[in-house]
Design a protein around this ligand. Sequence first.
Ligand code: NAD
Ligand code: UGA
Length: 455
Amino acid sequence: MKKLLFFLLPLYLLYCFDLHPSTAIIGTGYVGSTTGACLAYLGNKTICCDVDEQKINAWNQGIVPIYEPGLAELVSQAVAHNNLSFTTDIEQAIKESEVVFIAVGTPMNEDGSANLSYIESAIKMIAANINGYKVICTKSTVPIGTGNWIKQTLLDAGVKAELFDVVSNPEFLREGSAVKDFLQPDRIVIGVESERAEMMMRQVYAKLIAQGVPLVVTNLITSESIKYAANAFLATKLSFINEIANLCDASGADITTLTYAIGLDKRISPHFLKPGPGFGGSCFPKDCEALIHTGKTYHVPMMMIETALKVNAEQKKKPFEKLRLLLNDELEGKTIAILGLAFKDNTDDIRYSPSITLIEQLLERGACIRAYDPAANANMARLFPQIIYCSSSYEALSRADALVIMTEWPEFKELDLVQVKSLLKEPILVDTRNMLNPDVLKRHNFRFSLMGQGK
Ligand code: NAD
Ligand code: UGA
């Protein structure tokens, strides 16, 4: 009892005086940098660290190495208030912090499982530098059971049990709206198995909890499972609506009216119902694969999710198929303008982007490509140096045989169709995001294909 009071009293005082634990974030990528900036904004003294010296140098020079709306402002504000710093000295960051978040990548292995090597190296670093009680918290998306494995790995490395607690705190932000998603989340999930760690996590998020953000406190494996279930559900919803859109294409039904009508049913909701060229991004594909892999280890087939991935792989070929039909299968030597390279708008991220599939298919058929993306040209140029990158939509369209819109950047909605028509050799276009109005396209005599609005 005395021992418990000894632990809980300082935390109670911390809570009363609104003092926040010091935090370190290991891994300063899309999630780590947003988490660091937002935790600092919420009042936690935060150190973001990374093994990538170039990245940390950029952050220290005030250069934001990723495209994420609102992040630059938040970082400079937090740095100016002395609440946020960036370093490659991970050892020191661990020593100085009470809560250590791990936000390193968990990419896909060849067999679909999650690659935990970056997590493992972060844990080794923590084991070697632990100098007092710490909460070790996974922000990265990690397979069910990883928290328990981390616990055992630390114990095996000789770290005393009373020096740490392992917590799971999955992240639900979307790229492109990461700051808003972090600061106005639908919920915060904490997987925790000690009162002490729970109190510290509540303190980290005190401001959001006080604002009424729902907090789900559960055990480690349930928390880890929640993250995979959420992503797999959203991916399945997209594959479902893409399949319905394909049926609309064939039957002549209108997907826009259809999604509006089914979305009015509160059980379905209008969100995450836009058909497109298939989902991309660093997470849905890898997390679905990882969940299928976990299902195999527990002998529970994940048939829905397997199908969602199969449907998505086919959907990614749709933009090419639509273009091929409009061009009567004549692609050799044709110049195709692609607007949008990122896997979604408001990001420079091209990981698993449907544009990659389209570019590969076009190059294979001997087409030339003029591409434009407001933020992702440089990233795509590293993958495909052989295509032409333009600095505006209209530059990309110039003397092209056809146009394909691949990403839902708002500026593509504003395209002047008279100018588009005058720049293209032929008024042919595929709009995989249904951004353009079909009636206006018809009025301008375009030959076009949208998603789920007839061939
Ligand atoms: P990222 O590749 O952008 O960043 C990972 C960073 O970790 C890199 O900067 C890398 O240099 C660094 N790193 C690797 N090993 C390290 C080590 N031992 N010590 C310190 N730094 C190290 O990845 P991300 O997109 O930020 O994703 C990170 C995790 O968050 C993944 O598990 C992902 O599934 C999950 N997640 C991502 C998103 C998203 O929208 N990107 C959203 C929710 C959850
Ligand atoms: C997704 C989830 O939405 C986040 O909650 C989660 O935290 C994240 O994965 C993760 O775990 O990494 P993200 O991949 O950044 O976020 O972006 P989304 O907005 O979900 O878009 C994913 C893909 O679906 C994109 O290719 C997008 O264009 C596509 N999409 C999305 C559609 O085709 N239609 C829609 O209605 C919505």
